[in-house]
Write a protein that binds this ligand. Structure first.
Ligand code: FMN
Length: 306
């Protein structure tokens, strides 16, 4: 998720045993133009291990070149974004706009599959709007070009993030292709994760907003869908420790000034998830140096935090 799933947050999610994490979406043109800034967003933590890197673009040769670069950065999987609804992205005819151009979408997959040796997957929505729910046909077409899995967010582009995700329709994509389909949209609880798989018959679940401020939830969902014992909810002190580690990780990843700015919204999400205390949230988000407060919270020192 652009602006959210950076290396420090991915490290927090991985810390609970979640095996598959994705980079933020990176525009292929940006990656080719400014490798350093794009590399910072992709990975740059060399010890992170391999990640799935998501690229956006509409020029097959450029996307292929960017994919080659991303593979060199450690991507074990390249995901092509055909789902982003943002006006800035759609205006450039990328993201979900590609769902209206199946031949171009096919050319993009063909070019990237030909350029890299890692699997190439596609993220899409149900279609452009309710009159053009073409995800099943598009997925079938892209499967022929070598796409090895699909993630389907159960909304149309016209919906942006409104309404509710249609988990049933994701099942139509699942029925249309032989490769794995990962279901996505509105999975916020452990029971949602179980239910989206039942409803869509998909092969896996991807979680976005549900993990904001609670990176531990994905491993709990994972256990539930596998029928394994669900790990206990971490204590508040452990949760604050996770927030503190992400805070420190952001400072070392981006440098102190940018790191503090980038991690601020995450601290707000942690506060909302852990304490519900609006004052505490405000203190964390506004502090020029929230570290002492985070350290106190991670120690369980409620008095210091009050
Ligand atoms: C802030 C934000 C940034 C996002 N950035 C991306 C992105 O870069 N690539 C992508 O495929 N989806 C992106 N998404 C969409 C999510 O991956 C996901 O498909 C959508 O939010 C529905 O799933 P959820 O209900 O689990 O969040 C973004 C969503 C949000 C809220």
């Amino acid at each position: 998720m652009a602006g959210v799933t950076d290396a420090p947050f991915r490290a927090a999610v991985r810390g609970f045993g979640t095996p598959l994490v994705y980079s933020e979406m990176v525009a292929s043109a940006e990656l080719l133009r400014d490798r350093r800034s794009a590399a910072l967003r992709l990975n740059a933590d060399r010890d992170e291990g391999s990640i799935a890197i998501q690229l956006a673009g509409r020029e097959p040769a450029m996307l292929a070149e960017a994919a080659r670069l991303a593979e060199g950065e450690g991507a074990f999987l390249i995901d092509i974004n055909m789902g982003c609804p943002a006006k800035k992205v759609v205006g450039g005819q990328c993201g979900s706009a590609l769902m209206r151009e199946p031949e171009l979408a096919a050319a993009l997959v063909r070019a990237v599959v030909g350029a890299v040796s890692v699997p190439v997957t596609v993220k899409m929505r149900l279609g452009w709007d309710d009159d053009q729910r073409n995800a099943p046909e598009l997925a079938r077409r892209l499967e022929q070009e070598g796409a090895t899995a699909f993630t389907v967010h159960g909304r149309t582009r016209a919906q942006f993030y409104d309404g509710v995700a249609d988990w049933n329709f994701i099942g139509e994509v699942k029925a249309a292709v032989k490769v794995p389909v990962l279901a996505n949209g509105d999975v916020r609880s452990i029971s949602d994760a179980v239910q989206i798989l039942k409803t869509s018959n998909a092969d896996g679940v991807l979680v976005g907003r549900g993990a904001f401020g609670r990176p531990w939830i994905i491993s709990q969902m994972q256990a539930a869908v596998r029928g394994s014992p669900v790990p206990d909810e971490p204590s508040d002190a452990v949760k604050w420790e996770v927030a503190l580690t992400q805070y420190r990780g952001s400072l070392s990843h981006y440098g102190a000034e940018l790191g503090r700015r980038v991690v601020r919204k995450h601290l707000g999400w942690y506060a909302e998830q852990i304490s519900k205390d609006k004052l505490l949230r405000d203190r964390l988000v506004r502090a020029s140096d929230p570290e002492p407060l985070l350290v106190a919270l991670a120690r369980g020192d409620v008095a210091a935090a009050a």
